[in-house]
Structure formats: structure tokens, C-alpha cells
Design a protein around this ligand. Structure first.
Ligand code: SF4
Length: 852
């Protein structure tokens, strides 16, 4: 092992990278060397600093070895019983906890075990064992008192009064793809390696600049006008912190700390920074230039230049930020604070005043919005006012593959051996089409990891995470997902980075500062030829006209940013259609979305989904019991189909009315900004090279419509990409003969999944002009220097047919031709009416599974 490891270290060093953390096999080899007394210092250093903490397989080997030494069952020259106990205490919890509790009974190790457990917060069920033990064991009593005094927190340094930093400035907007490019998604779990890709497409020699600025001797602050828009990528903050944060004791290849200053910081990125122990501050950054040495006064809310002049003011938010930084992040703060609160409650003590508690807004007698009621229900109260800190119960949690490996690592660090959220689902949609060896390894290992904790795992080729997760939802419930497009068409989701997703899945609640809401109310009648995608684009279109949204990045206005976008007036939409509206709220940087639907489409959707979930069990998908429980809960809702509704006197930050009668031609998002929406006529006749019909913004109706519009063509001058969202859509489209049209016109029909939308798999030609049905058109996402218009499948198909974006007249005329068929075209997948699925589902012994 050592030869191979040293070679690995050399290779990594030549790339200016630290070696990877040890895996279980390597850790076993280190243990064997220590037992044989070989080069003690070297191997002890590896065991101490290079094994991941928590419930990693390597941590299992480490904990087993240290336990045997601490108990005196195994001797080792390099490690005394006491030191082994100390090292168990550096593992953050998981496999070390039970051993440490037992070591409290041994005079030689008790004191060290006591110290370790006093500062450990990932205690979970072991809390009760220690409380019970404290009746007869003085060391256990000391631990309980220490938890009650919050020593785990007070032993850490407070957020300083002033912090001197050097500015690393990135002008304009930095999206998470700039920080963590999708093309490098495979390397995300290897934080140091992945961090090498940070900003390389955005600016000239960014990493060299970082190194140059570090020579000034201060920590660096990441500064930008708009920071962290786009996907919910923990990897984005991981990369920032790798270059600008501080190492964490005993945890290999991961940093914490760091400072982000942004004119606007996207909500998910802000939360991810908080969770990682960074200090994100929203403030005016116009006076902060690359290389400036500045001093931040977090409590005062000022930033001063080298001469002491105030160059920016801010309000430190949330109010608990100093505690979050002190605790090493929002997640450790919540877990630790919970441990202290729970211990004090059991001891009959008053609530600790050590912490800055979230401040709830003033009482109000006004009613609640739909989102406030849904979150209230998940917290066991009638409603939650904006600004209130709460922890809603997680009904459904989604994890996708390019963040899945990081979520797995976070779950291990959280010492999670079983999910507390009701349903956790893993997908493989982002890597299905062109998996790299590292993706294949993930596809083989992650399903078992998820199943063993009660999660549900899809298979590569099954399709896009949201198209599946939506089919597992319960009305009026709350969830989250490690993909910024986890936006529930029924209920509400607050998408998050992989750290928070792991927290939600593991602990079963999500920390949330309830956002304000913006109401978008549609009224009037849909006009001929207008599609749901046009209504999606109508939201920013009308907001721009009202001065509530600007496209320009400097001093950008965005009424939706960080708020919940609540949509009303389209109650008869099918749930699949409602998702188009919800999905695109990610592009508005909204924190969440609700769509008010009538009971009938929801009941239709649930009946269909019960059959689909039943057929999944029959086809061998795991975890069966979790799926069966979800079927049972769906049936329960159908027995008494009640839906929450906004109160008439509830308050919104803004109400935007959109009159459908006014939308008479399609609206498209222009290159390369999803907010830059314009009428079709203003971009008509733009020549188009490639067309993509796919992504989670599509459903089966879009493919039928596209095929109908293209069926009279025998060849195209444009490259056409066709990617159905799920394998069920593809199967049905093939059964209906729709696929023949596509396969005649293109050989780019791809495996169901994200395909071009993700940008990490196939790409469009460099510099291509593209019409795409995908979600976002940030620069370089679909292809280098591509110009991407986001539009409906119908506009996309007609553009493919003509080779240019149609005029409004051309578009409406072609749409008129397919209008008589619209009843057949826009039919959704009702699995309860499809024989294969019905039969498969009827085979499932639901009761037996539930009782197993
Ligand atoms: S289709 Fe695009 S937006 Fe949807 S989940 Fe996949 S990558 Fe994300």
C-alpha cells in the first residue's frame, strides 16, 4: 500500500494537490503497519489526519482499531490507551460514540472520553444512554452538564470585532457554474481538484491571482456584484473555501470559514455559505477593488478602507450569524443548540442564554399565504410569518447524481445511518448518457448507500430527478433537494446545497427563515398558440415592465430573489404543467414556489402515481417499505382530499397580475440570460444551428406537439436533439409511433435524463445559435460561446423546421394546423389507465411490505 500511496502523493503534489483521504482498504493497511510497529510517526499521522470522519467505511476501520487499543485489547507502540480515546473523540461521532460511552467506565480512559463526548454534538440516540448513565457515572454527569452549558460552543472563538482581508473581486455576476463548472462535475467530491476549475472560464488566470493576493498576508474575501446564482451547488462554496477558507482539524481536504461579500448573494448560495461556516454579507461592493486591503467590522456593520474611511455599510443578517460562524456553520449550530436545549429541558433548566436566538417578527392578526400555511403545517402550527425561523418537517427529499457523492460524504459526516425524512430519493439523470468511470462507480455504489438508510434509488436511464420526485409528492407538504430546480408543483420545496440536503434527509427537518411571498396572479383567457412556456416567460416579462426586475447585473433589481413566488389563477392546470411554472422559479432566484391547483388535477395525478409507485416495487426498486408507505399516504389524502388555501387577508411583498388576454405571441428568453425575455417577433428570423427538446421543463405533450410540427419534413438543416424526461415518456412515445418522426430527422435522440441541459455531457458546437426548451441559458452552459434562446417545444420545433426563429405569423399559422389535435397531443401519462403499469402494480402485497 505504502508504495502506491507515496506515488499517489507525489502525483498529487506535482499538481499542487494534497493526497486524497484514505479509503477503508488503505486505512486497514495503515492499522496493520501500526500494529507491526513500522514507521510509527508516519502511519500515526495518516491515521490521525487523513481518514474521513463520521460513518465513512474508512472511519469504521479507524474506530474499530482505536477502540481495541483504548480498551486494552490490542497494543500499539505509537498509541496509548488514552491517546486512542482522544483520537476517537476527533472523529465527530458515528462509529466512535458507543466506544466512547463504554470507555467512561474505565479509570484510565474515562477522563479523555468525557472530554471528547462533552465536545461532540452528533450524538443522536446516544443522548438517552448518556443521560441514563449520568445517574451513576460522574464522568457521564460531567458530559451532561457540559452539554447544558454549551461548552462545545463556548470553547470556540467568537466572531472577531474586526477582520482584515484582501479583496478578490469578480465583476458582474458569478453563477455557481463559474465556481463549479458542470463540465467538471465528476471531480466535485475531490474538493481540491475540483477547485482548480473555479472561475477559469470566467476570468484570466484566477488561481494565479488568488495566490498573488495571498502574498499580502491577509485572508482573502470573495467579492462580487451578484454572487452564486444558478444551481444549488455545495461544490461552488467548497471551491471558494478551498482557496479562501481555513483547514478543519482532523478532516482531510475540506475547509471552513471564509468571507463572501456580494451586492446580491443568491439565497441558496448564501445558505450554503452559512452552513459551511463562512461569513456571507450582502452589502454595496462598488468601492471594493481587486487587491484592496479592507477591514470588516461585522458587529458595527461597516467596511473600512486602508485609511479607515467607511466604504460600505450593511446589516449583519441573519441575527444569529455570529453564532453560526463561531459554531463552524449553521448546521453545527442548529444541531449543537438542539443538544444543549434538549439536555437543559431534561434537567429542568431554563433555556440557555448563551446563544443569539432567532428573533421572530411581531405578531400579526392578518391571515397567511398558501406557502406560509404549508410550512406552518409542517411545523405543527397554522402558519409561519415571513422572517420567522422555523424547522419544517421534511416529507420528501431529492438528491441527484452530480451532487450525490457530496451528499453521501455529508451524510457520513453527519453520522447518518438512517433517514428521518419520510422519503429520500436518489437519481442518476445528470450522468446517465455519457458516464465517466467515476460516474459509473457512483452509479454502482450510491444506490446501496441510499437503500441501507431507507432511501429510494432510481437507475441510470430512468430519467430526470424532478419528473420522478414530483410523482412521489404529497399535497401541502414540504421538502428539499440538492438541485435548484427541486420545485414542487404541489406543496413547497426549498432547494438547498448538498450539506443542507443531507441534514434534511438525516434529521428530518430543514432550518428555514421563512421568506416573504410575491403573488403572481393570472387572469383572462389563454390565447391561441400560446403555451405554458410563454406564461413562464411572461412572469419576468411583466415584472420588467413594472420595474420590479432588471436584466442589467449592476444594481440588479429582482423582486423574486429570495422570496416565495406564489402562483394563482391557473387552478385547472395538470400537475405536469404546474411544474413548468414552478421549475422556472429557480431562474427567478426565488427561494420556493407554490402553485394553487384545484383538487381534481391533484387527485388525477396521485391516482396515476400510486400505480407507478406500485409498479416500481414490483420491478424491484428499493426501499420497498418507503415506497409502500408513500402509496399509503397518497391513498389517505385521496380518502379525504383537502387542500390548504391562502387567507383572503394575507400579505404579499408584491402582487403581479398577468392578463392572459394580453399575451398574443410567444415570449422567449434571449442569449444568454433567462431574465432577458422578449417577444418572439423581436428575435424572429434569427438563424438557428441547433435545437434541443428536452429537460425537466418538458413532458410528453411537448414531444407529441414537436413531432406533429415536424412530421412533414424528411430532413433538417438544424441539428435536433430529442431527450424525453423519463423512460416512461420514451416508451409511450415509441408505442405511439412518435419516435419514428424524430429518428427520421436526427440521430441525436438521447437516453432519458438531463443531457444538454446540464452541460456536462454532450455539448452543442462552439458558437452555435440554439433554441432550447431547457431551464437556463447562462453563458457556456450548453456549449462554449453558444447563444441560447429558451422557448417552448413548439417554438423550438418550428425553429428546427425553418432553420430560423419563426415570425409570429409563421408560428401562429403552424400552430393553427395542430390545434384540432390538441386533445390528443396534450394528454399526460396516467399510469392507472395503462395496462402494463396497472398489472405490475396490482401484484404488490402492500400490507405485507408495510408490516415487514
Ligand atoms: S434537466 Fe436541467 S434543470 Fe432539470 S434537473 Fe436536469 S440539469 Fe437540472
Amino acid at each position: 500500500m505504502i508504495k502506491a500511496y507515496l506515488k499517489h502523493c507525489e502525483e498529487r503534489k506535482s499538481d499542487n494537490l494534497p493526497p486524497l483521504a484514505l479509503d477503508a482498504k488503505q486505512t486497514k493497511s495503515v492499522v496493520e503497519s501500526l500494529i507491526s510497529g513500522l514507521d510509527d510517526d508516519f502511519y500515526l499521522n495518516l491515521l490521525t489526519h487523513r481518514v474521513p470522519p463520521g460513518v465513512d467505511e474508512a472511519a469504521y476501520v479507524k474506530a474499530g482499531f482505536l477502540t481495541s487499543i483504548a480498551k486494552g485489547e490490542q497494543s500499539c507502540n505509537a498509541i496509548s490507551r488514552k491517546h486512542a480515546t482522544f483520537l476517537l473523540g476527533t472523529m465527530l461521532g458515528g462509529y466512535s460514540i458507543e466506544s466512547l460511552i463504554n470507555l467512561l467506565d474505565d479509570d484510565e480512559t474515562a477522563e479523555e472520553a468525557c472530554k471528547a463526548l462533552s465536545l461532540t454534538i452528533l450524538i443522536y440516540e446516544a443522548h438517552q444512554s448518556i443521560m441514563e448513565k449520568s445517574a451513576n457515572n460522574a464522568h457521564a454527569k460531567k458530559i451532561v452538564d457540559s452539554w447544558a452549558s454549551a461548552d462545545w460552543f463556548t470553547s470556540k472563538e467568537t466572531l472577531p470585532e474586526s477582520i482584515k482581508v484582501t479583496v478578490f473581486r469578480v465583476d458582474g455576476e458569478t453563477n455557481t457554474d463559474d465556481l463549479s463548472p458542470a463540465t467538471e462535475a465528476w471531480s466535485r467530491p475531490d474538493i481540491p481538484l475540483h477547485a482548480k476549475a473555479m472561475l477559469v472560464k470566467k476570468m484570466d488566470k484566477p488561481l494565479e491571482k488568488i495566490e498573488e493576493l495571498k502574498q499580502k498576508g491577509n485572508p482573502l474575501a470573495y467579492v462580487g456584484d451578484v454572487v452564486g446564482t444558478g444551481s444549488s451547488r455545495k461544490s461552488a462554496i467548497n471551491s471558494v473555501l478551498w482557496h479562501m477558507g481555513e483547514p478543519i482539524d482532523y478532516i482531510p481536504n475540506k475547509n471552513s470559514g471564509g468571507i463572501v461579500l456580494g451586492g446580491k448573494i443568491a439565497p441558496i448560495f448564501f445558505n450554503t455559505a452559512e452552513d459551511s461556516g463562512a461569513l456571507p454579507i450582502q452589502c454595496d461592493v462598488s468601492e471594493l477593488k481587486m487587491g484592496d486591503e479592507i477591514t470588516i467590522y461585522p458587529y458595527e456593520g461597516t467596511i473600512k478602507d486602508a485609511s479607515g474611511e467607511v466604504i460600505s455599510k450593511f446589516n449583519l443578517a441573519p441575527s444569529t450569524m455570529p453564532d453560526e460562524v463561531r459554531a463552524g456553520g449553521r448546521i453545527p449550530l442548529i444541531i449543537g443548540r438542539g443538544l444543549t436545549d434538549k439536555t437543559r429541558a431534561e434537567l429542568g433548566l431554563a433555556v440557555s442564554d448563551v446563544f443569539l436566538r432567532p428573533v421572530d417578527p411581531k405578531n400579526s392578526s392578518l391571515g397567511f399565504t398558501l406557502a406560509q400555511k404549508i410550512v406552518g403545517k409542517a411545523c405543527g402550527v397554522k402558519g409561519i410569518r415571513p422572517g420567522t425561523y422555523c424547522e419544517p418537517r421534511m416529507s420528501t427529499v431529492g438528491s441527484q447524481d452530480t451532487t450525490g457523492a457530496m451528499t453521501r460524504d455529508e451524510l457520513k459526516e453527519l453520522a447518518c445511518l438512517g433517514f428521518s425524512a419520510d422519503l429520500v430519493m436518489q437519481s442518476f439523470c445528470h450522468t446517465a448518457a455519457y458516464p465517466k468511470p467515476i460516474d459509473l462507480e457512483l452509479q454502482h455504489t450510491l444506490p446501496d448507500f441510499m437503500h441501507s438508510r431507507g432511501g429510494v434509488s432510481l437507475k441510470p436511464g430512468d430519467g430526470i430527478i424532478h419528473s420522478w420526485l414530483n410523482r412521489m409528492l404529497l399535497p401541502d407538504s414540504v421538502g428539499t433537494g440538492g438541485d435548484s430546480h427541486t420545485r414542487f408543483p404541489i406543496g413547497i420545496s426549498f432547494p438547498a446545497g448538498s450539506g443542507l440536503v443531507a441534514f434534511g434527509a438525516s434529521i428530518g427537518v430543514l432550518p428555514l427563515d421563512m421568506p416573504e411571498s410575491v403573488l403572481v396572479r393570472f387572469k383572462g383567457e389563454m390565447q391561441p398558440g400560446i403555451t405554458l412556456r410563454d406564461l413562464v416567460n411572461a412572469i419576468p416579462y411583466v415584472a420588467i415592465q413594472k420595474g420590479l426586475l432588471t436584466v442589467d447585473k449592476s444594481n440588479k433589481k429582482n423582486i423574486f430573489s429570495g422570496r416565495v413566488l406564489e402562483i394563482e389563477g391557473l387552478g385547472d392546470l395538470k400537475v405536469e404543467q404546474a411544474f413548468e411554472l414552478a421549475d422556472a422559479t429557480a431562474e427567478r432566484s426565488a427561494n420556493g414556489c407554490t402553485v394553487k391547483l384545484n383538487k381534481e388535477p391533484i387527485a388525477e395525478y396521485l391516482n396515476s402515481n400510486i400505480t407507478l409507485l406500485g409498479s416500481m416495487i414490483d420491478s424491484g426498486y428499493d426501499d420497498k417499505k418507503t415506497i409502500a408507505k408513500r402509496i399509503q399516504d397518497m391513498k389517505k389524502w385521496l380518502d379525504n382530499p383537502e387542500l390548504l388555501e391562502a387567507d383572503k387577508d394575507c400579505e404579499y411583498s408584491e402582487v403581479i397580475e398577468i392578463n392572459l388576454n394580453d399575451i398574443k405571441e410567444p415570449i422567449v428568453a434571449c442569449p444568454n440570460d433567462p431574465d432577458d425575455v422578449r417577444l418572439l417577433s423581436s428575435v424572429a428570423k434569427t438563424s438557428i444551428d441547433e435545437v434541443f427538446i428536452g429537460s425537466c421543463m418538458t413532458n410528453i405533450g411537448h414531444f407529441r406537439a414537436a413531432a406533429q410540427l415536424l412530421k412533414d419534413k424528411s430532413e433538417l438543416n438544424t441539428v435536433l436533439w430529442v431527450v424525453p424526461p423519463t423512460r416512461m415518456d420514451e416508451k409511450q412515445l415509441r408505442a405511439e409511433g412518435i419516435y419514428e418522426t424524430f429518428e427520421r430527422l436526427t440521430d441525436r435522440t438521447e437516453v432519458p435524463g438531463c443531457s444538454l441541459c446540464m452541460g456536462n455531457q454532450a455539448r452543442v458546437e462552439e458558437g452555435a445559435s440554439v433554441v432550447s426548451t431547457s431551464t437556463r441559458n447562462f453563458p457556456n452552459r450548453l456549449g462554449d460561446n453558444s447563444n441560447v434562446f429558451l422557448a417552448s417545444a413548439e417554438v423550438a420545433a418550428i425553429s428546427a423546421k425553418l432553420g430560423y426563429i419563426p415570425t409570429s405569423e409563421e408560428y401562429l399559422s403552424l400552430m393553427k394546423d395542430i390545434e384540432p389535435l390538441s386533445g390528443e397531443i396534450y394528454q399526460y401519462l396516467n399510469f392507472d389507465q395503462i395496462a402494463d403499469y396497472q398489472e405490475s402494480s396490482s401484484n404488490v402485497p402492500l400490507e405485507m411490505i408495510l408490516q415487514s
